[in-house]
Design a protein around this ligand. Structure first.
Ligand code: ADP
Length: 266
């Protein structure tokens, strides 16, 4: 615990009385540290592609000036690096927006089944690219709940995309939507979406930290797949805003399950 002590001498007729005020500033210190870490992380994440871009610009203007083949190759790399920066900036904006929104509970009536269908079809091209399939297991009827459709769509795009990225190539991501009158973790009516992959799974040690910004189990793999390390942090804030729960369970070697549980009551 960190204490801040303020000393305030007050002159009275009888003499001087000194007031000592103690304040526990551990939480403030921690928030300050988190902010500094965040800025350091963002700077680092932006600096890496920026350094690469500047290096290739130098090369294109110099050594590779008369080498069309090298130029084409370098331009390809530059495009990838610029895209990486653009994804990072987009995710940072989404994160700051969902953090802002977290205090305001959504009230719009949305159909979770349609949102999941939309998220899955948006990822159709990517699933083809990695040769995997998305197995949608949805109820017959719409599932209506209070929500923010764009944000919920982002939740399922992020989770299904992760399943495809970290699952087996040529594997399958199962997305199952069920409802219950009394969900045990909500103690009320809830919808539950399980996103299950057949990847190598996640060590228990990492699970509790996955939703921290920029936390990655394998940074190399994440970067290679175009990850920003912010996807699950965004998911967490959106689920919180909906007063829902995010549960992660995984067995090493047997894949992972990310479950989102959302209240159905308006
Ligand atoms: P990223 O952009 O790196 O994918 P996320 O916030 O979405 O960032 O995920 C954080 C980390 O959690 C990933 O880098 C990866 O190590 C791990 N992770 C997320 N989803 C899965 C999954 N389905 N299977 C295994 N690991 C996962």
């Amino acid at each position: 615990t960190t204490w801040s002590v303020a000393v305030a001498p007050v002159d009275l007729e009888e003499g001087t009385v000194t007031f000592l005020t103690f304040e526990d500033i551990s939480a403030k210190e921690e928030a300050g540290q988190m902010r500094r870490d965040f800025v350091a992380n963002v700077s680092h994440e932006l600096r890496t592609p920026l350094t690469a871009l500047l290096g290739f610009i130098e090369t294109l203007a110099g050594a590779a000036r008369n080498d069309p083949e090298a130029q084409a190759r370098f331009l390809g790399i530059m495009r990838r690096e610029a895209e990486r920066m653009s994804r990072l900036v987009q995710d940072l904006l989404s994160l700051s927006r969902v953090e802002q929104d977290e205090r305001v509970r959504p009230t719009e009536r949305v159909d979770l089944r349609a949102i999941i269908e939309g998220s899955a079809s948006a990822l159709e091209p990517f699933s083809e690219e990695v040769g995997s399939t998305i197995d949608l297991q949805l109820p017959e009827d719409p599932v209506l709940l209070p929500g923010d459709a764009d944000q919920l769509r982002q939740v399922f795009v992020n989770l299904i995309e992760n399943g495809l990225k970290y699952g087996k190539d040529g594997g399958c991501v199962t997305v199952r939507l069920t409802t219950s009158d009394r969900d045990p973790s909500l103690r009320g009516p809830g919808a539950r979406v399980d996103v299950i992959d057949d990847g190598e799974g996640i060590d228990h040690f990492h699970i509790a930290r996955l939703t921290e910004r920029f936390y990655r189990v394998d940074s190399h793999r994440s970067r290679e797949m175009g990850g920003t390390g912010l996807g699950l942090a965004i998911v967490k804030h959106i689920v919180n805003r909906h007063r829902g729960r995010l549960r992660i369970s995984s067995e090493k070697g047997e894949g992972s399950r990310f479950s989102v549980i959302l209240p159905l009551t308006f």
